[in-house]
Design a protein around this ligand. Structure first.
Ligand SMILES: [Zn+2]
Length: 295
């Protein structure tokens, strides 16, 4: 397949205040392949943005065998489905982001948008609804009714299609867990970029949820995430980049990409005192259990 032209990117990440906008050197390849279960490859970043083909080529070269392309609005959801149609190693997640739900609701467009997400979720390359959830950091009091309504609608869509759900939870731990307890979590629910502590990790995994750890688990100030790791059964751990965001140490601030997953996987293995290859095999099996085979 041809490389999508740069102008097919739907968004450009702000580079303001960031010093080094070059992509980091690739890490040592993993012996056991894993997957990046949450990234946004439609967002161009850095001085010389990588196209989708190059992103996937670099990932495969270091043992990252596939990615789940997450979405936050209709344009990115359609982009994710198209990317997953073209590439065997891309699966799609579709959703209206919790911070966009209030904007859609204000325009009276939320129901139609959710109907389109529901229709896209029927596509065989769409293996998750995501990212959905609650964000009390960026959305104020007035936007919350729309956020809750959208979150519950996405839960229903995931259940109806029997696919996974990727949760975005920012400063809303109690309310996200409360919603899942109240309406019932889809069978395969993933806390994308898990941001809670050990107690929350225990509560979420007891409900059967998976916790996906991103590059911020390597940050100095993220002891809560490392504590959470220790409280998470190995069969509930997933790994992601959330690229182009959350670049793992020692490259914080530079563009992130799926080929940097080995840094985060090795940091998790070393924190847990387990062999990186064994952890990789476990995490890959967890990923396939949630999203199905990448092909
Ligand atoms: Zn994301």
């Amino acid at each position: 397949m041809a490389e999508p032209a740069r102008d097919t990117y739907v968004e450009r990440r702000s580079t303001q205040g960031r010093k080094d906008l070059t992509y980091p050197e690739p890490p040592e390849p993993l012996a056991v392949p894993v997957y990046d279960n949450h990234c946004h490859l439609e967002i161009a970043d850095g001085d010389d943005p990588l196209g989708l083909d190059e992103q996937l080529r670099r990932a495969a070269a270091v043992g990252v065998a596939g990615v789940v392309q997450a979405s936050g609005d209709l344009v990115s959801s359609r982009w994710a489905v198209a990317a997953a149609e073209r590439h065997a190693n891309v699966l799609a997640a579709v959703a209206i982001h919790p911070n966009d739900a209030p904007t859609f609701a204000e325009r009276g467009a939320l129901d139609d948008a959710l109907a389109e997400i529901d229709a896209l979720a029927a596509h065989p390359r769409v293996r998750a609804v995501g990212e959905t959830g609650l964000d009390f950091f960026r959305t104020g009091e007035e936007g919350r009714p729309a956020q809750f309504a959208s979150f519950e609608a996405h839960i229903e869509i995931a259940k109806r299609h029997g696919i996974a759900m990727q949760i975005h939870d920012r400063d809303a731990h109690r309310e996200v867990l409360g919603t899942l307890h109240r309406v019932g979590a889809p069978e395969k629910t993933v806390f994308h970029c898990f941001s809670g502590d050990a107690d929350m990790a225990r509560e979420a995994t007891e409900m059967g949820c998976f916790l996906s750890f991103a590059g911020n688990v390597t940050f100095k100030n993220a002891q809560n995430l490392r504590d959470a790791l220790h409280a998470t059964p190995l069969e509930r751990i997933l790994v992601e980049t959330d690229a182009p965001f959350l670049t793992p140490a020692p490259f914080r601030g530079r563009p992130n990409a799926p080929y940097l997953v080995p840094l985060t996987l090795r940091a998790i293995a070393s924190e847990l005192g387990v062999d990186a290859d064994e952890l990789g095999a476990r995490v890959a099996a967890n990923t396939v259990a949630v999203y199905g085979e990448f092909r």
